[in-house]
Every structure is written in C-alpha cells, then in structure tokens.
Ligand binder design. Structure first.
Ligand SMILES: NC(=O)c1ccc[n+]([C@@H]2O[C@H](COP(=O)([O-])OP(=O)(O)OC[C@H]3O[C@@H](n4cnc5c(N)ncnc54)[C@H](O)[C@@H]3O)[C@@H](O)[C@H]2O)c1
Length: 722
C-alpha cells in the first residue's frame, strides 16, 4: 500500500503518499490503481469536505510517472492506454464533489505536478528541494496526465509554454509569482501553516474567494491571450524559437506546442483526448527512448563512486591549489571559488596570475549577466582565490590541480617540485588533455596520490570531467577525486589511461577525417553543415577554430605518435598551423575569419592551400554529399569508441555515450555514439566501415568487438534488440 488514508471528524481526508521501499514517490500503474480505489470510495463519502495530498518522503512530493513504464511502451495503442489511465484518474480528482489540496513539500515533477494541477489548491514549502515543473519534453514525451490542458488555464498561455517547452523546474518563489501555487509555507513551521490553511479552506468562504481572485489574469495577459489573434502571435513566436533552438531534431516540444494550440478552444474532454493522442505519438519514438536511456545513465552516474569497493573512504577536500593560471587554470580556480573552496592559484609570474584572475572574473561577469550572482557575492567568491608565485600555503592544501603547458617534461618537473611542498595526503591531479598519468607519476614519491582530472574548456559550461587513474593510483585517490568533481557540480567519468583518454581519442579522428575530406575535394562550409545537421553543436572546422588549431594539432600529433597510421594527422592541419601560423578564433583566422561583433566568414585563403593538396586532382566542391561526410566523420568515431570499450578504457557503453554528450555536445536525441550504432544496426555499421576501409584505408577497418557483436546479433545496450 503506497497511500495511507485518514479522515478527520471535521471531514478532512488526507492521502499520505509513501511509496513502499523507495526513497521517492512515483505514479506507476499499480499506484494509480490504488489511488483510483481511494478516490472511488471518497467520492461516495458525503462527510468529506476536502481531500489533502501529502507526501511522507522528505524533499519529495511526487517525482513523476514511472519512467521505466514509459520506456517500455512499444506501440501507440499501449501509450494511449497507459497515459489514458493516469489522465483519467487525475481527472477524477478534478471532478470530486469536494475540493482538493496538494501540499508540496519537495520536488513536484512531471506526473506529480500534473496531480497537483488536478487539485483545486496548491501550497509549497520554502525548502530548496521544493521545485515544480513539467520536464516531460526532456524525455521526448509531452505531459499526458492533463498537464497540457490544465497548466495554461491556471497560469496563462505564455508562462505555461515557457515551462513546458523548456522543461525547467522552478523554485517555490517563482511558482508563487506565476500563480502555479497559492501560497508558500515555511518548512520549519509547516504543520501549523498547513492545518491553518486547511481550516480556512473548509470554514472561510472569503479566504477561498481571495485565492481565486489572486489567480485572475492580468490585463496585459488577457489582452494578448484571450483572443485568437494574440494567441496566434504567441504560438508563432514559440514555434520559431523552438525550430531555431532544436533545429527540428526534437519532436516532443513541437508536439506539445501543437497540442496546446489545438486545444485552446476545446472543451475539457476533447482537450484531454487531444493531449493523449499527442503523447502517444511521441512516446514511441526512438528519440524518446534515447532520451530516457540518457536520463537513467545520468541517475546511475550520480550514484557512482568511481571505485568498486564500497568501503573506500573518499576524503573531503577543503583547500585546493591550481598550478598554471592560463585559460584552464583560471577556470578551475573559478570553479573552486564558486563552490566556496579556498584555492591558491600559482603561476611563474604575476602577470600570468593576473590573467588567471581575469578569467575567473569573466566567468563571474557572465553569471551576473544571467542574474545568477550579485556583485557583492562575486567579491566574496573572488576572495577565495589567492594568487601566488611561490609555494607559500601549499602545506595546507588537500589537492593540487596542475594546469601548466601540455609538455611531459615540464609537467613532470613541476609535479616533482610541488610534491615536496605538499602534506602527505594531498592529491596531485593533472588537467592534461592527452599525456600519460602513469608516466607523470613515475618519478613521484607518492604515485598513489597522482591522478588525471581532465576538465574541458570552457570550464563554466562543460559538465564533464574525465578522471584518469594511473597504474599506481590508489582507490582512495580515485574516490576522493570523483567526490570532489561532483561537489564542484561536474559529472566525473572514470576512464583508462591512454593517449587522448576517452573524449579526445574519439573526437580528434573526426576532426582529422573532416580535414581529409577537405583535402580530397570537400568544402569547409559544406562539411560543417553536414555535421551540424547531424546534430553536433558545431561543425569540425568551426570547432577546430574554437579550440585553437595549435591545441588541436598538438593533441592530434600526440595521438598519431600513440596510435600510428590510423590517426595520421591530415597534412592541411600541419600546413595551416606550422606554415600559415593560423590558430583559429584566438588569432582572428583559421578555417574561418573571426572578427569581433560580426559573424564568422569562410577564410578564402584556405582555397589556395587546398590547391596545394588537390593539385591537378582538384575535385568539385560537391564531391561529397552529406551522407558520405556523416558516414566518414561519425563512423570513424563509432569505430574508435568501440576500440575504447574493447580495450577497457571504459567498460559501460552508456557511460561512454554520456561522456561524449557532455564532453563534445554529441546530440542527445541520438542517444550517444554507441546508441546511434545500435539504432542503425551493428551489421549495417560494419558493412559501411568495411566499404569505407576499401576506399580510404585501414583506419576504417571495423573494430573486432563491433564485428563480434554484429555477428552475434548483439547490441551495445544489453536487453534491447533491433
Ligand atoms: N585550453 C584547452 O582547451 C584545454 C582543455 C583541457 C585541458 N587543457 C590542458 O590544460 C593544461 C593547461 O592548458 P591551458 O590552455 O590553460 O594553457 P595556457 O598556456 O593558457 O596556460 C598555461 C599556464 O601555465 C603556466 N606555467 C608554465 N609553467 C609553470 C610552472 N612551472 N608553474 C606554474 N605555472 C606554470 C604558464 O605561465 C601559463 O600561464 C594543458 O595541460 C592542456 O593540455 C587545455
């Protein structure tokens, strides 16, 4: 039994939701059935004056419908039945002969929010965990328990679209401002407030009237939303925004918009029916399955400690230091300070330290621009960073993050020097993009304390941190670094120690392949367009310019040294870096020209360089169509990803996919590289790779694990068949 029903003498029925053997409350099929039983009984009970929904879970009201059940939906009909059942029961709440109240003590999400919307009144706790919203579109579905119908009615069309289409969860104050809830209560005085609110709902008609009055639309809202023309404007604008944001890759928000527009003038019954149909259409798509899989991966990663032994103790890091105040060092120092950790930022000269401060300050300015921080808080946070050019204070730090130049000799010498300045327990973490952690630790006195902690640029936006243990890294060092990365708000993923680790090892071959296509007759704009249309946030040449051609070339060379022929750096990279000295965005030109305040333009000087490569074999710029470009660029990544799995650089395909999403912006709607391969069919991928290897060389030869899986008709994601 997940609900406990109690009825007071004054006619207040309370359904206390306490999902058995779970930390959260969720609305699965059985629970909905149980709820229906209670509602049927209550509806017949003439002594009931009010139904109150409360939760027995701390910090959670209802986390939503059961996502596992949604994941398993295979047909439109099944989707219709399942969502229809939930929708009907929530409608039963709305049609009860007495009013109802949702007491939202914590997260009130998706189906949970829809239940609250079906109630007559809603109050919410001021606890930080009490957030509310309809994030369904982030799972590739739309609200199907009445949310598309009730939310616009309650808070107005524009606010409802904003909530549903962005999938955002909002805190209590905003919920009150939007009139999504009727009151906020102080969590520490909750019982008194709730009891008093209930008493007034039962006894005080003026109190109820006042609530309903507060919910009334503003004049400007009425003017725009209560006429067909105004609504048309709102829908057109929302649709344009969505298309430019999603590039049409995500059908769910578009479907939600379509449904909300269609039901604007319908009666409740027809509107709910239209919502159900919309839900059923999107719930069965591959895109929804991919997004749900990513949701589960994310949840699994939150629980990861990085080590298999549960008894390994992760130490709490209080004080940190960063070596090297460059682009990355400044960003990492910012991250520590933002999370209220004291950090010393050391470089070899004060000028460099000042640049590090500048980087940190820039990140804070960006936060201020988006109203995520106030100026006085910035001053407070910046005070957590202590710049220095010596090792004073290093005896107190728990971790050093090394972010000096990418050169093994420099790194080894810096690490040996700093190790002598640290307490014995301190961790030495390197932010290297590609160099061996084992090699870096080889001359250290305490190699067990050495680990790779690879942040991505820009540190404020990239959620991934690759955690790379060396051969002698201790379990405690791994667990502590994983815990620290989480405290810093990042997603740590543990990967093996190989050249380029996971992300660069998979991504750089894609950039290289794009450059080879270019040399063979492709066109910069055309190649970038093909990859962007596939769904990556930017094409390979825009990306190369952003990262810096010097950095990209340097890492690519390290990969060529490590992996040989299959990662041989395309000549054009060498040419434009070493001979033309083009660095990309930071030097104003690379494959594109970058001028402040104007859009980037193709750098026509590249044409002259290309003539050198193509010579009299010059091929027309349409020599490669999008499909060919995508096949070469994406499959070369798939193949390398499989090699990483094969070699145990990472063992979990879902973690690999999430790492690519967070480290490269690989499109979520595709579910990840290996999910993409699964969805395309592994035999199909193998055949294409074999064909490409005949045309372009051994680098495309399908990885052994890929061939094995294709032969056995297996998938990377077990338990699924295609
Ligand atoms: N830039 C990126 O996109 C990126 C992304 C991820 C990782 N990384 C890695 O991060 C590290 C730093 O990269 P960056 O781009 O910030 O470099 P950068 O050139 O911007 O900064 C390096 C800083 O290290 C300082 N330095 C050199 N020797 C030092 C020493 N002995 N003690 C203290 N400081 C010293 C330099 O003065 C300079 O300020 C490299 O290992 C790089 O591979 C870079």
């Amino acid at each position: 039994m997940n609900f406990k029903l109690s009825i007071t003498e004054t006619g207040v029925a309370t359904l206390l939701f306490d999902f058995e053997n779970e930390k959260i409350n969720k609305l699965d099929g059985d629970t909905l059935l149980e709820l229906k039983g209670h509602l049927d009984e209550l509806a017949k009970n003439s002594s009931v004056k009010l139904l109150v929904f409360e939760s027995a879970k701390q910090g959670i009201f209802i986390a939503g419908a059961d996502i596992n059940e949604i994941k398993d939906i295979r047909s439109v009909d099944e989707a219709y039945q399942k969502a229809g059942f939930g929708q009907k029961i929530l409608q039963q709440i709305a049609l009860l002969p007495f009013p109802s109240l949702a007491v939202i003590n914590g997260a009130c999400v998706g189906g949970g929010c829809e239940l609250a919307l079906a109630c007559s009144y809603r109050i919410i706790s001021d606890d930080k965990k009490a957030v509310i919203g309809l994030p369904e579109v982030s799972l590739g579905i739309i609200p199907g328990f009445g949310g598309c119908v009730r939310l616009p009615k309650l808070i107005g069309l524009q606010a409802a679209l904003q909530l549903i289409l962005t999938a955002k969860l909002i805190p209590a104050k905003k919920a009150l401002r939007l009139k999504l809830v009727d009151a906020i209560y102080n969590q520490s005085l909750s019982r008194d407030f709730i009891d008093n609110f209930i008493k007034q709902l039962i006894n005080d008609t003026a109190f109820k009237k006042a609530i309903l009055k507060k919910r009334k639309k503003s004049v400007s809202q009425k003017l725009l939303e209560d006429n067909a023309l105004g609504r048309k404007l709102i829908f057109n604008k929302a649709s344009q925004n969505l298309i430019s944001k999603t590039k049409g890759h995500y059908p769910a928000p578009l479907k939600a918009l379509q449904v909300i527009e269609a039901i604007a003038d319908m009666n409740a019954e027809d509107a709910l029916e239209a919502e159900l149909k919309g839900f059923s259409e999107v719930a069965i798509t591959d895109i929804s399955k991919n997004l749900i899989q990513l949701f589960f991966t994310n949840e699994a990663l939150k629980k990861e400690t990085g080590v298999s032994d549960k008894n390994t103790l992760a130490v709490t890091i209080n004080k940190a230091s960063v070596l090297g105040a460059g682009v990355m060092g400044g960003g990492i120092a910012w991250l520590f300070s933002k999370n209220d950790k004291q950090v010393r930022l050391k470089d070899i000269e004060w000028e460099a330290v000042a640049k590090g401060y500048q980087t940190a300050n820039q990140y804070y300015q960006q936060m201020q621009k988006f109203r995520k921080i106030k100026p006085n808080q910035i001053r407070y946070k910046m005070n957590h960073i202590a710049g220095c050019v010596n090792y004073n204070g290093f005896k107190q730090v728990d971790i050093v993050v090394e972010a000096v130049v990418e050169n093994i000799k420099v790194k080894k010498s810096v690490l040996a020097e700093v190790e002598n300045q640290l307490p014995d327990h301190a961790i030495l973490a390197s932010n290297t993009s590609s160099l061996s952690i084992t090699e870096m630790a080889s001359d250290l006195k305490r190699p067990e304390n050495m680990i790779g902690m690879h942040f991505f640029n820009p540190v404020n936006r990239m959620p991934l941190v690759e955690i790379i243990p060396g051969k002698k890294t201790s379990q405690q060092t791994i667990a502590t670094t994983v815990k620290l990365a989480k405290q810093l708000g990042k997603t740590p993923i543990v990967v093996g120690n190989c050249a380029g680790f996971l992300i660069n090892r998979i991504l750089i071959p894609m950039l290289n392949e794009a450059a080879l296509i270019l040399q063979e007759g492709g066109n910069v704009l055309h190649i970038d367009e093909a990859i962007e249309q596939f769904g990556l946030p930017m094409g390979p040449f825009v990306l190369a310019d952003e990262v810096g051609i010097d950095i990209g070339f340097h890492v690519a060379t390290i990969l060529e040294d490590a992996y040989g022929e299959r990662m041989k750096v395309a000549g054009i990279f060498n040419h434009i870096f070493n001979e033309e000295k083009l660095l990309g965005k930071k030097s104003g030109a690379g494959f594109y020209k970058h001028q402040k305040k104007s859009a980037i333009r193709y750098n026509k000087n590249i044409d002259a360089i290309l003539t050198f490569y193509r010579g009299d074999k010059h091929i027309s710029t349409t020599a490669f169509n999008h499909e060919q470009i995508v096949d070469r660029c994406i499959l070369v990544m798939v193949n390398e990803a499989v090699r990483c799995l094969q070699e145990g650089i990472i063992n979990n395909p879902a973690y690999l996919d999430m790492a690519m999403l967070m480290g490269t912006g690989f499109p979520a709607f595709r579910g990840g590289l290996l999910k993409y391969a699964d969805n395309q069919g592994l035999q199909n991928i193998c055949d294409k790779l074999t064909q490409l290897s005949k045309q372009y060389g051994e680098r495309f030869k399908p990885a052994e694990l890929l061939v094995e899986k294709a032969n056995k008709q297996q998938l990377f994601y077990e338990g699924e068949s295609k």
